[in-house]
Design a protein around this ligand. Structure first.
Ligand code: UDP
Length: 245
């Protein structure tokens, strides 16, 4: 299997990579200071891509598309085109930050409520000695131009874009070309986990692929959004059956 193999799950082309391969690819993109971006779609985003051409364009503009949710792994399996590994966006980001710290590279954190990105940066810098902060900005701005200017003044090696999905994918699609950054990652709620304002699911939930269930228990308002998951699975089964006929 070649490293650049793509696997389509309901029209979203995922890179079929192990964690090591995905981090190596991200490292290459960052080292080239390419300004490319990484997306980590879950079933909700795949469904959003089917419903909106704008979201679809934003997701397909990514240089690297990794399978974050366990639902994507099941979907690919049902379609008889299994992906090598589930790659939670937060674990992937941590692996890249570790490597960046060893080389003294810098990270700019964009997103979260006021104060959250500062806290996240502080925690990351003490967790990964050697890592440099390129700056922070909260995620509740009206005008992107001054934000882009701030980021460009720092020219960070990594820009974590944590505006929630699909806003962050659309923001990266619209602004990547104007940004002076090594690599961008649409990292969603990771900013809250790094800041310590949200806890990640216990390891057992993570191992069993039940991180989404833990999140639902803690944030029941997500129920409506999560109803996209059964819809996603039905679409996958329908797709498999119609291709097998
Ligand atoms: N967020 C933001 N700006 C916005 C909307 C959301 O900075 O306009 C932040 C929000 O504060 C949170 C993060 O985006 O820190 C992720 O939000 P959420 O958990 O809803 O997104 P998901 O990870 O589920 O895509």
């Amino acid at each position: 299997m070649s490293e650049r193999e793509k696997i389509s799950v309901l029209g979203v082309a995922f890179d079929n990579l192990t964690m090591d391969e995905a981090v190596a690819r991200a490292w290459e993109l960052q080292s080239a200071h390419s300004g490319a971006y990484v997306v980590t779609p879950n079933p909700e985003i795949v469904m959003a891509c089917r419903e909106s051409a704008d979201v679809r364009a934003a997701v397909s503009g990514a240089a690297l598309t990794i399978a974050d949710g366990v639902g994507i792994i099941y979907g690919a399996k049902i379609l008889h085109t299994p992906l090598k590994q589930r790659l939670p966006g937060i674990d992937f980001t941590v692996r890249l930050l570790e490597r960046m710290a060893a080389e003294g590279r810098s990270v700019f954190i964009l997103g979260g409520k006021p104060g959250v990105a500062e806290q996240a940066a502080e925690h990351l810098l003490s967790r990964f000695p050697g890592l440099r902060s390129g700056g922070v900005n909260d995620g509740y701005f009206q005008d992107s131009a001054p934000v882009v200017e701030r980021i460009n003044a720092a020219a960070p090696d990594l820009l974590l874009v944590c505006l929630g999905a699909p806003k962050q994918e659309q923001w990266m699609y619209a602004n990547a070309a104007a940004l002076d950054a090594g690599l961008l990652i649409g990292a969603g709620g990771s900013v809250d986990v790094f800041a310590g304002t949200t806890r990640r699911a216990p390891r057992l939930f993570q191992k069993l692929g039940l991180e989404w269930f833990y999140r639902l228990l803690r944030e029941p308002w997500r129920f409506g959004r999560m109803m996209q998951l059964p819809k996603f699975l039905l679409c996958v089964i329908f797709k498999r059956d119609s291709t097998e006929k």
